[in-house]
Design a protein around this ligand. Structure first.
Ligand code: ADP
Ligand code: MG
Length: 337
């Protein structure tokens, strides 16, 4: 079965035609759309180096996809999971290092050793099934991320059967790397959309902010709201992105590592807004697992690094105070501070 792609963020490129400001940069866009990392991607750069930057960006995405995809037999992660040890490329080592840091930082809500559980539920093959409680209990014993030792590029698993899955962080790492490529190429304005994981560079060519529309998780064609932003990653996780139905229940792909079951935390989606795409991706998955109360507390404890938009199963939007002037929605909203 082909993966259901739900592009959860639609980028509104509201070009103010004919009213370019004096300080506006060259507004000629160069854009490429392609399929990678199991999703549709659009990479756009403005200005004279845009074409070369977008080409380099596409190449980088393909490279990272071929390194990080745990299901592809040629990938570094696949062979690491087979053999339990490896000398990794700089990119893979860097993503794994971040993943292990977020495992610590989130108290295990983000768990890069979740792969055996993903496989048990069939999310790795699309042969979905609801496992027995016993098999979940048994498999959870393999998800010990603290049994991964990583020193520079050398990695070793200290537990038989342990396997890593970087799906919760790979796209955020990728978008942050693409922004780096843009910057190194002298691009001042650009937009990366990796299947709904968005990262913006600079302002729009007309000097105004990007307007990122955040899709409603359940109502097709409707939006949770709109965010005016620049130089930020805007990354969303939700159970609606990938799931299957069995026994009249929906089982989705974000697992609570403390139970081995899809997280049922009362949240329908979590959007993280941050400068760093890697952080935004790791935390969107983690805060979805944590649920409203813990996620709110986590934001309060670490408020300088990021902002949040939580959408609850009760149809309420909760935003952190840094977004109160930039996020607009028609839904009932609570601002946390
Ligand atoms: P998406 O990849 O759909 O944009 P996420 O960033 O939330 O959404 O990542 C979900 C993926 O992360 C899953 O498909 C799986 O590969 C992995 N994953 C699932 N649960 C966890 C978890 N608790 N911690 C880390 N990774 C997870
Ligand atoms: Mg994520």
């Amino acid at each position: 079965m082909k993966r259901l792609i739900s592009v959860c963020l639609i980028i509104m490129l509201l070009a103010f035609s004919g009213c370019a400001q004096n300080n506006a940069i060259d507004s000629e866009p160069y854009s490429k759309e392609f399929f990678a990392m199991d999703t549709y991607m659009t990479v756009t750069a403005y200005g004279k180096n845009g074409k070369a930057a977008v080409k380099a960006a596409k190449k980088k995405v393909k490279k990272l996809d071929s390194l990080l995809n745990a299901e592809s037999k040629d990938s570094e992660i696949y062979s690491l999971n087979e053999s339990g040890e490896a000398i990794l490329s700089d990119d893979t080592a860097s993503v794994l290092k971040s993943a292990l840091d977020y495992f610590e930082f989130t108290g295990g809500a983000f768990n890069p050793a979740i792969h055996p559980i993903m496989r048990l539920w069939g999310f790795t093959t699309d042969n979905f099934n609801v496992p027995t409680e016993e098999s979940i209990k048994k498999t959870l014993k393999l998800t010990k991320a603290d049994e991964i030792s990583l020193k520079e590029n050398k990695v070793k698993f200290n537990l038989d059967g342990l396997e890593v899955d970087l799906g919760g962080i790979a796209k955020g790492y990728t978008s942050s790397q693409l922004i780096k490529i843009f910057k190194d190429s002298g691009v001042k304005s650009g937009l990366i959309n990796l299947g709904g994981n968005v990262q913006t560079l600079g302002l729009k060519p007309d000097g105004s902010e990007w307007n990122v529309a955040i899709n409603h998780p359940y109502l097709s064609g409707e939006y949770l709201g709109f965010l005016k932003t620049h130089d930020k990653a805007v990354i969303t996780s939700g159970g609606y992105e990938r799931n299957f139905v069995a026994n009249s229940r929906v089982y989705h792909h974000i697992i609570d590592p403390s139970t081995g079951y899809p997280a049922e935390s009362g949240l329908a989606s979590v959007t993280i807004v941050a400068e760093d795409g890697t952080l935004a991706d790791a935390l969107s998955t983690s805060l979805f697992v944590m649920g409203e109360e813990k996620a709110t507390q986590f934001w309060r404890d670490n408020r300088n690094g990021f902002d949040v938009i939580l959408y609850t199963d009760d149809n309420e939007v909760i935003i952190s105070e840094g977004l109160k002037d930039s996020f607009s929605t028609e839904l009932q909203t609570e601002v946390i501070s």
